[in-house]
Design a binder for this molecule. Structure first.
Ligand code: SF4
Ligand code: SF4
Length: 143
């Protein structure tokens, strides 16, 4: 029997070997959401805002190409100076994540490194309003 004819006859059996081989291999899939992949540090997910570092300069809001960031009033901050304590109104950025394209310009341009990306990616929602993350929500550390 020629090789070509032989291969034709066994062609329907060969894929079965592939299946059998994978039966004894470690699965490459995971049981999400019970199991989660360990993501690399460079993964771009939801932003994190360190409100202690944020000086409310608004650079992040101005540079955002999608106008996804708005500055919200965050009360009054007391700053100690040589002349005494100054009370200054402060603003922090809130992000409408539905508009964000995760370009990273806000993170890169922040002068105090108050904004950073986390690896948290479970942001999808059925409601638009839940895509708005106030500065208080951004200040919660998610991984
Ligand atoms: S997060 Fe950074 S760039 Fe944005 S307002 Fe605060 S200090 Fe300024
Ligand atoms: S990552 Fe880009 S699009 Fe998203 S909020 Fe920052 S600047 Fe705007």
């Amino acid at each position: 029997m020629k090789l070509k004819e032989f291969m034709k006859k066994v062609s329907h059996v060969l894929p079965l070997f592939v299946t059998l081989k994978h039966l004894f291999m470690k699965p490459i899939t995971i049981q999400y959401p019970d199991e989660r992949l360990k993501l690399s540090k460079g993964t771009i997910g939801l932003h994190y805002l360190d409100t202690n570092k944020c000086i409310g300069c608004g650079t992040c809001a101005r540079i955002c190409p999608n106008k996804a960031i708005v500055l919200e009033d965050a009360g009054v901050k007391e700053i100690k100076t040589a002349r005494g304590v100054i009370r200054r109104p402060i603003k922090h950025p809130s992000i409408y994540i539905g508009r964000c394209m995760f370009c990273g310009l806000c993170v890169e341009s922040c002068p105090t490194k108050a904004l950073e990306f986390t690896t948290f990616y479970e942001i999808a929602s059925y409601e638009r309003k839940s895509l708005y993350f106030s500065y208080k929500e951004l200040a919660k550390r998610r991984e």
